[in-house]
Design a binder for this molecule. Sequence first.
Ligand SMILES: Nc1ncnc2c1ncn2[C@@H]1O[C@H](COP(=O)(O)OP(=O)(O)O)[C@@H](O)[C@H]1O
Ligand SMILES: [Mg+2]
Length: 226
Amino acid sequence: MIDAMIEVRGLLVRYGSATALDRVSLTVERGEMVALIGPNGAGKSTLVNALSGIVRPAGGHIVVRGRLGHVPEGRQLFHDLTVDDNLMLGACRSRDRDTSWVYDLLPGLVRTRKQRADSLSGGEQQMVAFGRALMSRPDVLAVDELSLGLAPIVVAALAERLAQLNRERGLAVLLIEQNARLAFDLCSRAYVLEAGRIVTEGPSAHLANSAAVAKAYLGGALDEPA
Ligand SMILES: Nc1ncnc2c1ncn2[C@@H]1O[C@H](COP(=O)(O)OP(=O)(O)O)[C@@H](O)[C@H]1O
Ligand SMILES: [Mg+2]
């Protein structure tokens, strides 16, 4: 716990009189991939927006050790700028604007570097959003909806890239994902957020075998044994 990259305790966020997060606690350890799943409106984006300082909490504690990279929901690219320029906007300081190592990590983007962001496919745009987050040289990456609106084959490629960054660079990841099966496959632990509260948490394998989680998030009954 002392080594946690992200430590959230008793987080309270309100929008006006509505409570979006109600005493949420969560950790991401060094080198760990952790999933956050839950239905639309549960407060998942609010949580990562609080982590990255976009949303101001009404209570609780947030500790982020090292740099946090944020892949925002819906990617939020500058559509009329090139891929190169979008990447450079992710650099913390101007002297960190070397994009070459990001292209090395995401070679699929090399041939798009001079293209406008809005000329790219959805999967390529998500890759740019990843690359932009990596430009800040993060120690931990929060990915808000990896698979949203993307074809399965594209999602698989992005997921493999993310797993590789974790494996080879020790990048810790907090993954928000609608596809619970994918989230459980990629991440060793998961939290389930419903209506602003963590209702279940534990090892992914354990959650995937819970009847309640399977019913709500895995499309019905547990998998039949092979
Ligand atoms: N800027 C905002 N102002 C007011 N309410 C918001 C705002 N952002 C989100 N909400 C509300 O907070 C709740 C949680 O939203 P969100 O964090 O986006 O959930 P999720 O990412 O899990 O879909 C929802 O009821 C949503 O309508
Ligand atoms: Mg969201």
